[in-house]
Ligand binder design. Structure first.
Ligand SMILES: *Cc1c(COP(=O)(O)O)cnc(C)c1O
Length: 320
């Protein structure tokens, strides 16, 4: 097997993004603590630059380009947040960026990507293979493809979120992390095993697409059709070749949450904690609520992964 990234790579990523990414705040809520009878710490990556943790991995990966790669540019395929992360990081580092996005990507995400100066190429999420389109562009124009999760530099960057959390609040008994393709979870797993080895670490994915859970149980990567869920940041079809072995080794288990649980959490986070969180960003809290009995009396981390959602959609979901 390939050499998997280690916690040293997370530490190196933290140095590279230092001064460029925000050290996001850790929020607490008396109401949540009372509800769960636990001490809960929310790591708020919805308040990260461009509104999600993905800036960490993107900036780390682009920082490692050599002169030739910087000149030719980067290509990325993404349902949204990775696109914005690559576009913003590329702009900050003076690298041209091409982004392959689905036809139904949220308008705010497309607009933000263009706003950061990225060139956007649209494809049909249900009939075309974005990975193939990305690879063809990479070959034809000499661009370097940075995938949204299955890349050592990307996942090492994402792991800096958990590193910061543990450094700020100390060891935890539980940590709940949203799961799509597993860049965030695998990176956070490296940091967790280094900084809080006894912490129970859960990945949380949408119920409609539980490929991660099935992969974790069976020991090989399960592929599914694009799941229909409001959690658009986790509409992935499979875990990665690099992320999966780390997840299998270091993660305690994979849980799922339904769309209606996510809406409840979104509503709670907005009304009680005054923060805007996109549906995917609510996966961790939904799972912590499910494990109410286990987490009682414990120190619990919840990673809020992002906050990018059109306000009209946000309002519509809260009324649904
Ligand atoms: C991308 C994303 C995820 C999933 O991250 P992976 O690294 O693909 O597992 C979760 N939440 C948000 C907000 C995202 O943008």
């Amino acid at each position: 097997m390939q050499n998997l990234p280690t916690y040293d790579d997370v530490v190196a990523a933290a140095d590279r993004i230092n001064g460029h990414a925000h050290k996001t705040p850790v929020l607490t809520s008396r109401t949540v603590n009372e509800d769960l009878q636990a001490e809960v710490f929310f790591k708020c990556e919805n308040l990260q630059r461009m509104g999600a943790f993905k800036f960490r991995g993107a900036f780390n990966a682009l920082s490692r380009f050599d002169a030739e790669q910087r000149k030719a540019g980067v290509v990325a395929f993404s349902s949204g947040n990775h696109a914005q992360a690559i576009a913003l990081s590329a702009k900050l580092l003076g690298i041209p960026a091409t982004i392959v996005m689905p036809h139904d990507a949220p308008a705010a995400k497309v607009a933000a990507t263009k706003g950061y100066g990225g060139k956007v190429v649209i494809y049909d999420r249900y009939t075309q293979d974005r990975e193939q389109i990305g690879r063809e562009l990479a070959e034809k124009e000499g661009l370097t493809l940075i995938p949204p999760y299955d890349h050592p530099d990307v996942l090492a960057g994402q792991g800096t979120a958990a590193k910061e959390l543990f450094e700020e609040v100390g060891p935890l008994d539980y940590l709940f992390v949203p799961l799509g393709g597993g860049g965030l979870l695998s990176g956070c797993a490296l940091a967790t095993r280094a900084l809080a080895p006894d912490c129970k670490l859960y990945g949380v994915e949408p119920e409609a697409g539980n490929d991660g859970q099935r992969s974790f149980k069976s020991g090989s990567i399960v592929h599914i059709d694009t799941p229909k869920t409001i959690a658009d940041g986790a509409q992935t079809q499979h875990l990665g070749e690099v992320t999966f072995p780390i997840i299998r080794r270091d993660v305690t288990d994979i849980l799922t949450a339904s769309d209606s649980e996510l809406i409840d959490c979104m509503s709670f986070l907005a009304s009680r904690m005054k923060i805007v969180v996109e549906p995917t960003g609510c996966l961790g809290l939904a799972a912590a609520r499910q494990l109410k009995e286990q987490v009682q009396g414990k120190r619990v981390g919840v990673l809020i992964s992002g906050g990018n959602i059109d306000m009209s959609r946000f309002a519509a979901l809260l009324q649904s």
